[in-house]
Design a protein around this ligand. Structure first.
Ligand code: NAD
Length: 417
């Protein structure tokens, strides 16, 4: 699937729901386009002594509810259109989960797996130097996304403090950073834990006993591994896990602690000795009750939607289901927890990090987890109730609530000049 598709699919979903909500056509056009799309060329001196060029992108989609918020994706294939789609998704997500942020996203077109730790740090610092005018507590606050992590956020914070001559405790320029640099405990696991809370809510509603449920997870990075671990802790049986290299499968349930050790030691998922290695093509037809796509976009498509066995799909990834596949799943009665609800736990805890920094206090892990759980539950309930009363699916309901809120905020701002 190409990157262009993600942009088209995001736009298609937005227009469909905005028209359904009877948003004024001029507002629809305004929200269909990002406020700012910035393209950067990084000329970066790497450890091989050569200057390498990398493309990077920053998109601020909308800031009506607050500064743009959204992660930095590092991937060899990321494009400006991808980043624009993901920035728009962030506008809906922050609005839905009820935090005072708008939507933004960044991309650095480089394969993180091909870089040494030192070269990745150099590239992150090179990006930050070039992007510094577009980042700030009042403008755009980045965070980790695919291919970036806590360590990278620490380097961004350091680079900004150094370049701007400000202390590390002055203002929240980036979230998802190490706790010692103003980060918050539990941010790394927050998205995956939020996914697990959504799954628990949906299972209750569907009358599915989570302790008997079999789960398949695509992606074993930040989101997928935290979701798998949390569901395992809740008593579910994780029967399959996939990463970019392949899939490990065990009908009896995978030994998740063993898999964590295996991956931590540098092993890839399909070589885990506690499971049978199967092909990536077989993953979506695995016999399971709950399917969690937590890798990249456009994974559930016309080609595999009919063969999915799960009754419940929890979108840990952004944009994992194409609109055509979505229709098939709906017809088949599969319950889908849409991405802007399901994976919003990360941005909610980023908001806690932002507030703790502006108020100069330090939250405990217990406080963070309890607030995350409560917010995910109340948001899930609101989306579900709206879906029932409006007789729509969960994706339409979630988009409806979030788009209306952004449109109302724009009207509150007024239109001059
Ligand atoms: P990550 O880089 O930590 O991990 C990605 C995982 O997906 C890796 O295990 C990788 O091997 C696997 N993967 C990539 N392509 C794959 C493919 N084609 N098939 C199978 N596995 C594949 O990334 P992450 O931060 O966990 O993000 C995963 C998804 O969740 C992305 O769509 C991201 O936008 C979304 N998301 C992340 C956060 C966050 O807080 N990190 C928040 C919200 C949404």
């Amino acid at each position: 699937m190409t990157a262009g598709n993600l942009y088209q699919h995001t736009l298609q979903n937005f227009r469909r729901v905005a028209e359904r909500c009877q948003i004024h056509p001029s507002l629809i056009e305004r929200l269909a386009r990002p406020k700012e799309r910035i393209e950067l060329t990084l000329n970066t001196l790497m450890t091989d002594g050569q200057v390498h060029q990398y493309e990077a992108f920053i998109v601020h989609h909308n800031r009506s509810l607050g500064p743009a918020k959204g992660g930095i994706r590092m991937s060899g294939t990321v494009t400006l259109d991808d980043v624009s789609a993901l920035a728009m998704e962030m506008t809906w997500k922050t609005s839905l989960i009820g935090v005072p942020f708008g939507g933004g996203k960044s991309g650095i077109a480089a394969d993180p797996k091909s870089l040494s730790a030192q070269d990745k740090e150099i590239l992150i610092r090179s990006f930050t130097r070039s992007a510094i005018r577009h980042i700030g507590p009042e403008v755009y606050v980045p965070a980790p996304d695919m291919g970036t992590n806590e360590r990278d956020m620490g380097h961004i914070r350091d680079c900004i403090s150094y370049s701007a001559g400000i202390s590390v405790t002055r203002g929240c320029y980036v979230t998802g950073k190490p706790v010692l640099l103003g980060g918050i405990p539990g941010r790394r696991e927050a998205t995956g834990k939020g996914v697990a809370v959504s799954v628990r809510m949906a299972a209750q509603m569907l009358g599915m006993d989570l302790r008997k449920a079999r789960v398949a997870v695509q992606g074993y990075g930040n989101v997928g591994s935290a979701a798998a671990n949390e569901l395992h802790r809740m008593g579910a049986k994780v029967v399959a896990v996939a990463d970019i290299h392949g899939v490990t499968h065990n009908f009896m349930g995978l030994d998740i602690e063993g898999l964590n050790e295996h991956v931590k030691g540098g092993g890839v998922v399909p070589s885990f000795p506690g499971g049978e290695s199967i092909t990536s093509q077989q993953f979506f037809s695995i016999d399971c009750d709950i399917l969690i796509p937590a890798a990249s976009a456009n994974q559930i498509t016309l080609e595999n939607a009919e063969s999915i066995q799960a009754r419940l799909i929890a979108e840990g990834a952004n944009g994992p289901t194409t609109p055509e596949a979505d229709q098939i799943l709906q017809k088949r009665g599969v319950f889908v927890i849409p991405d802007i609800l399901c994976n919003a736990g990360g941005v909610f805890v980023s908001y806690l990090e932002y507030t703790q920094e502006t108020q100069r206090e330090q939250m405990t892990l217990e406080e963070v987890e309890s607030r995350l759980e409560k917010r995910m539950e109340s948001c899930f309930r609101a989306v579900h109730e709206n879906a029932k009363s409006s007789q729509v699916d969960m994706r339409t309901s979630a988009l409806e609530l979030s788009i209306k809120r952004v449109a109302e905020a724009i009207i509150c701002h007024g239109f001059l000049p």
